[in-house]
Design a binder for this molecule. Structure first.
Ligand code: SAM
Length: 344
């Protein structure tokens, strides 16, 4: 990768704005706001992709079938979540369950997608040894009316992975996560039983996030660090994953962050974006202390290709449409890029 630099003053100014942008929030809010609803890492497709990226790195190709089922689980629970949140009187837990049990294609005015009907068939017959997570989502207890999905359904794959990995042995892989928030994704790496196979380091520029992360996981390497100024050695991590960082950086900082990723990662990086598009240039939008960009997939790809061996671009909506017939994914700007580097 070509060397990328930002002028010292420009970098210092951007870093202090970024720090202030995240530090203005209350610690409790930071601890919870990115791990609920569609962001809940148990059902968020991109969080599942990051976990499966690591699982596949540890046990190549061994869990492909289970990972595919977890993607299906994600779209089904996201559909139910969205349907319930409409608060439409004709669409409630019981009416969705009845429609599925009757094999109907609609529930009130809502179309029941074929992937949900298919998953209901699969799980309610127990033909694949999968838990009946759709019925659980529709009949399980919820603590109050603003909690849309019961924990027993949300945790269905957490329990599966935990029991599948419980007796496994494997060499640990080193992993860096810049912008780790309050251990938002690490929580599930831990509860799913993946964390013990990782030598994990999480970085965040915001002290409050790192305090939250350390409170949960006192012995894990969580550091207050600006990734734009990271002093990590070249190729010091086998794997890296990151969620939702680039949208908040200036154009120069995007390039700098990409150059650090290429420099510090030895094997593969899994980069997730929530606002990306297949356009030639970034749309850089400054909003107060930070940015709220539409990131160009083409530009990111081009920058990384200077040092990467290959890049798989996954447009989440297209991936779900092509593999599961799911055409209602909530975010058309969601992309995950799997970047492979030459290891020698
Ligand atoms: C949108 S949040 C995403 C948090 C988490 N990755 C997730 O997806 O739930 C962006 C995170 O990146 C952190 N961040 C922003 N700029 C950073 C930088 N230069 N170095 C390290 N962390 C940074 C913020 O403090 C915040 O926790």
């Amino acid at each position: 990768m070509r060397e990328v630099r930002m002028a010292g003053e420009e970098l210092t100014a951007e870093s202090s704005r970024l720090r202030a942008a995240w530090m203005r929030y209350d610690s409790r809010l930071l601890d919870g706001y990115l791990v609920r609803d569609v962001e809940d890492p148990r059902i968020n497709l991109q969080s599942i992709l990051s976990r499966s990226f690591l699982i596949d790195a540890i046990w190549p190709d061994e869990f492909t079938a289970l990972i595919r089922e977890e993607f299906r689980f994600s779209i089904c629970l996201n559909f139910i979540l969205k349907a319930l949140k409409t608060r439409c009187p004709q669409v409630n837990r019981q009416s969705i369950l009845n429609a599925l049990a009757d094999g109907r294609q609609t529930c009130g005015d809502v179309r029941i997608p074929s992937y949900l009907r298919h998953a209901f068939e699969l799980t309610s017959r127990d033909s694949q040894g999968l838990p009946d997570y759709i019925s659980q989502a529709l009949v399980g207890p919820v603590s109050d009316e603003n909690v849309w999905l019961p924990d027993c359904a949300l945790s269905a794959f957490e329990q599966i992975w935990h029991s599948v990995l419980r007796h496994r042995e494997a060499s640990r892989i080193s992993v860096l996560e810049p912008g780790c928030g309050s251990a938002n994704d690490y929580r599930c790496l831990y509860s799913f039983g993946v964390a013990r196979f990782l030598e994990y380091t999480g970085l965040d520029i915001c002290d409050k996030n790192i305090a939250n992360a350390r409170r949960r996981f006192g012995s894990v390497d969580f550091r207050i660090e600006d990734f734009l100024a990271t002093g990590a050695e070249n190729k010091s991590y086998d794997f890296l994953f990151v969620h939702d960082l680039f949208e908040h950086l200036s154009g120069a900082a995007i390039e700098l962050a990409l150059s650090h990723i290429a420099r510090v990662t030895r094997k593969q990086a899994c980069l997730s974006f929530f606002n990306m598009a297949d356009i030639p240039e970034h749309v850089i939008r400054r909003e107060g202390l930070y940015h709220w960009n539409r990131v160009s997939m083409q530009r990111i790809r081009e920058s990384l290709l200077a040092s990467a061996r290959s890049i798989d671009v996954v447009h989440i909506g297209a991936f779900l449409r092509d593999n599961y017939g799911c055409t209602d994914y909530h975010n058309n700007g969601a992309y995950t890029l799997i970047v492979s580097f030459d290891t020698d």
